[in-house]
Each structure stands twice: as C-alpha cells, then as structure tokens.
Design a protein around this ligand. Structure first.
Ligand SMILES: Nc1ncnc2c1ncn2[C@@H]1O[C@H](COP(=O)(O)OP(=O)(O)OP(=O)(O)O)[C@@H](O)[C@H]1O
Ligand SMILES: [Mg+2]
Length: 511
C-alpha cells in the first residue's frame, strides 16, 4: 500500500465569519507531487497554511503519517516533517542568506544566540550547489541584495534544509526563469525519488502537467476534483473544473477581434525613451518609441534588465543617462511624481513592497494613488468608493468588502487591486511589469481584455512579461532583451517562441 504522508478530512476555515474553505478532503502520498489548483481566492493557500501550521482549522481533522495532529504553529509542523514555502516571502532582509536558512535550526546556535556562522555558511553552500548557485551567491550576503528569483530559491532551500518529508510550494515558479524552473523541478524529482511528497500550487497549467502526479481542484472553497491522476485529466476538463465555465480565447483577441480599429501604426508617438542607461550601467543606451494605442512588449529572461529599464524610465531608481518624453515633451523632473504628472503609470513587479500597502484597505489602496496624483490631501470618500466599486466589478476582484485589508486578499486578487489602482489614474502611457504573475487563467483573460480595451481608448501600454505566449498573444511590437541590451525588435505577427527564445539567450545582434 502507498504510504500516506498527509490526510485532511472535512477541513474548514472561517475568516471573520466568512467561510474560506469547507469540506476539504485531501491526501498526499509518499513520493508524489500533488498539484493544488483553482482560481484566485479558491482556498489553495488557506489549505496549504493549515497543513503547515500557519493557520488552524475551524473544523475537520488532519493526520500526518497516520497520526492525528493539530499544529499550533509552523515549528510543530516542521517537527513533524512538514515544511512550506509561502506565496508571501518570509525572509528577513537584514540577515544573511545562511542566517535566514538556519534561523530556526538550533543545531547552529550555541548558548541560544551565538551562531556558528562558518558551519551555517558551509551548509548553505552545499544547498546552493543544488541550484548550481554556489559560486554566484555568497552565503554571507544579506538577503536584501538578492533578486526576487534568488529569494525564491533561498525560500525553497530553507524548506529543503529542514529535511521535510512533506514540502508545500505555494506558487514557487511565479518569479523564476525557465532555466530556474527546470532546476527546481529537477530537485523536486530528486527528492521525490527519495520519498518526499510535494504539494504544489501553480497557475501555470503546462508546468502542472510536467511535474505533477495528481491534481486536486478547489473552487470557491469547495472540493471539485479530488486527487485525479494528471495523466488521465484532459486540460479542458481541468480548466472547466477550476473556472466553472469555458475559457476559449485566453489572450482576449476576441475582445476586439475584427473590431480592432486601433490603427495604432498611424497614431502619433506618445512615448519615447532615448538612450536610457540605468544607475548600474547594466541597462545601456536603450531607445524606443510607443504610439497611442500600441501595446509594446518586453520579453527576455529574468535578469535581462527589463525591470531595471522600466524603473529607470519611471524614476523609481535614478538613471545615469537618457531622456523620457511624453507627447514630445521631455520629463524634466527625476521623481515618481514628475513621471505621474507627465502622464506615465507604473505597475511594479513586486506588489508586496512597492505596489500595495498591505496594512491598508482595498479602498484606500485604490483611492490613494489618485489622491497623490492630484495633489489633494483628503480622500473624497464618495468618489473613491464609486471608483473602487466599479473597478472591483470590472476586474472581478474577490473581496468581501472594500474595507478589508489588502493583506487578507488572495495573491491574485492583490495583483488585480494593484492594476485597478493605476488604471483609475488613466495615464497616457501605462508601464506594467509582470501583470499576471500569480493570476488565475480566468482572471488572466480578463486582464488581457482590459489591456486591449485601454489600448483601444488610446492608452499606450508597455508590458514586461516573462511568459512568451503572453507577449506574443497580447502585444503589437515585441522587444527582446538580454543582459541589459535590446537584442531584437519585431512585430508580433513575425514573432515565434523559438525566435524570442533565441534572442533572449544567444542572439545579440540588434536588428
Ligand atoms: N488572513 C485572512 N483574512 C481574511 N480573509 C482571508 C485571509 N486569508 C485568506 N482569506 C480569504 O480566503 C479566501 C481564500 O484565499 P486563498 O488565499 O486561500 O486563495 P488562493 O486559492 O490561494 O488564491 P490565489 O491563487 O490568488 O493565491 C479568499 O476569499 C481570501 O480573501
Ligand atoms: Mg494563494
């Protein structure tokens, strides 16, 4: 018989009177990769956190290796061999990588506070070697210096280091590059062969088919499919189970389709970047133009410098050279305020630290940007409320009410709030960095349709995305970047996955 690592029966969780999940039966077997799927807000993270001891269930029972348990906290779960990498990072920026990994591991602490730094660093180096990163990442470096992708790797290594028998990965690949995902999956396969069981949450369907053995689907907090063998589940059936309806036209071309009368090629240039060089001289001398109604896409691998370019353009970070022009007028000031005043908008990659204020309500998060942009001091509650409600409806943001703190929304819904906040400002040019990270398939198609309709109204959109189908499916013009340079520019009609892949990895010929 297969050994069952984790079993939940009739699990229920209620948040301030609202049922998040109910009646969830779930089983994880030894040496299997079990995918947990469903739309944003379906309850995947909630179930994961209950299994990992972060939340306590309000009903139902849980067994780990056959024994009934009730974890009061993460420590107890870890002691029973259950580890989690949550969707929200939990690293401490001011501590070193090694200290972060072994924070809770008493083995390295003499007299409780004196850490054996050498031993920790050595152990960290051998963990990093799993990812082939032992030479590029210094165990003594502060976490604050890492990129989002590197932080994700450290979180995963932290879980691996506890020698867990059950590892839960909540959207582990959302900010990893294709290559890093391959490495991660190799590690998963290796540990799986040793009997470790994985629960993986991801919105990337092809990934789930690649790595998982079984799939469980939640919808609105209920169990829809229970541990169906991946090999026996057709993709269409999976999508229908998650969404509860058919999703045909993912990239939203149908939203405009034949009525795509943007005619952007004849429209005037609204945005121009000239010779942009970022503060580290990594992104060098980049120039491009975007017309009214055009959607320009920036493709490339994580680390290609796309986010650095956009941050330099929007004055989030200082730049060493270059000008930014809107409607032919150079933006003189070097502040975010100057960028906004000139008609630029920017949806950053990192919603947690830069995009949203976690401790404020949905209403305040959506409303404050507009307030700041207009230089007003007091929030006009009525107007803000109307705006907010309209965006919630338009973007189908799942929140019990507009006064809920942003941090209590599911990951995908936080992403939608961030987008809503900037769309309401109605900028001439909207720069969006990875807008659908962690967003479910139904919401993705909503977001694409929204971007297209904004473009149809004349907004110029600059989209940074690591997902090639997203760039080819949504954009008109595609820029490919590699190591701080634009290596290719092509109309979407001429773009293929191979071609973009080539210019992101090998090609360095500017055409
Ligand atoms: N701490 C909390 N306080 C209040 N409500 C919460 C809290 N955590 C989750 N919820 C609610 O529980 C429901 C399930 O959320 P959960 O985060 O589990 O969704 P998810 O399936 O992980 O979604 P996503 O794909 O967007 O990450 C949502 O309606 C969410 O708003
Ligand atoms: Mg989640």
């Amino acid at each position: 018989m297969d050994e069952i690592l984790v079993e939940t029966t009739n699990i229920k969780k209620v948040f301030s009177g609202v049922v998040a999940i109910e009646g969830i039966d779930f089983q994880l077997q030894k040496g299997e990769v079990h995918a947990l799927m469903g739309e944003n807000g379906a309850g995947k993270s909630t179930l994961s956190k209950i299994i990992a001891g972060i939340y306590q269930a309000d009903g139902g029972t849980m067994r780990v290796s056959g024994r009934e348990v009730r974890f009061a906290n993460v420590r107890e779960a870890v002691a029973h061999g259950v580890s989690i990498v949550t969707q929200e990072f939990s690293l401490i920026p001011d501590l070193s990588i090694a200290e972060n990994i072994f924070l809770a591991d008493d083995k390295y602490y003499k007299y409780h506070f004196l850490a054996d730094k050498r031993a920790m660093a050595e152990q960290t180096r051998s963990l990093l070697a799993l990812f082939g990163m032992e030479h590029t990442i210094d165990p003594y470096a502060k976490v604050a210096q890492l990129s989002v992708a590197q932080m994700q790797v450290i979180e995963i290594l932290k879980a691996v280091s506890t020698k867990a028998r059950t590892i839960i990965l909540d959207e582990p690949t959302a900010s990893l590059s294709v290559k890093e995902i391959e490495v991660l999956f190799d590690i998963v396969r290796k540990l799986k062969a040793q009997g470790v069981g994985f629960i993986i949450v991801s919105h990337k369907i092809n990934e789930i088919y690649e790595i998982s053995d079984r799939i469980t689907v939640l919808r609105d907090g209920r169990l829809i499919l229970k541990g169906v063998a991946t090999a026996e589940l057709a993709q269409d059936d999976l999508i229908r189970a998650m969404v509860g309806r058919e999703v045909k036209d993912l990239y939203g071309a149908g939203a405009l389709g034949e009525s795509d009368t943007r005619n952007w090629e004849q429209a005037p240039v609204v945005f121009e970047a000239r010779g942009i060089t970022d503060q580290n001289n990594y992104v060098r001398d980049i120039s491009f133009q975007v017309r009214r109604g055009e959607i320009a896409g920036f493709s490339g691998l994580v680390g290609a410098g796309r986010s650095e370019l956009m941050r330099a353009i929007f004055n989030v970070d200082p730049r060493n050279a270059g000008q930014v022009l809107v409607d032919g007028q150079e933006i003189g000031g070097r502040s975010i305020r100057a960028s906004v005043a000139a008609g630029l908008g920017f949806v950053p990659e990192d919603r947690k630290t830069e995009g949203l204020i976690q401790e404020l309500s949905v209403l305040k998060n959506i409303g404050l940007a507009k307030l700041a942009a207009r230089g007003k001091a007091v929030l006009d509650n009525k107007a803000a409320e109307a705006d907010c409600l309209q965006m919630i409806q338009k973007m189908e943001i799942k929140t019990a009410n507009i006064d809920l703190l942003v941090k209590s929304l599911s990951g995908g819904n936080q992403q939608k709030v961030l987008l809503a906040k900037w769309i309401l400002l109605n900028p001439k040019v909207l720069i969006i960095d990875e807008p659908t990270r962690g967003v479910d398939i139904g919401a993705k198609s909503d977001i694409y349709a929204i971007l297209r309709s904004l473009a149809a109204q004349g907004m110029a959109i600059i989209l940074v995305s690591s997902e090639i189908p997203e760039v080819t499916g949504v954009c008109d013009t595609i820029y490919v970047m590699k190591e701080g340079r634009v290596t290719a520019v092509m109309p979407a009609a001429e773009a293929t996955e191979e071609k973009i892949g080539y210019y992101s990895t090998i090609g360095d010929e500017k055409r």
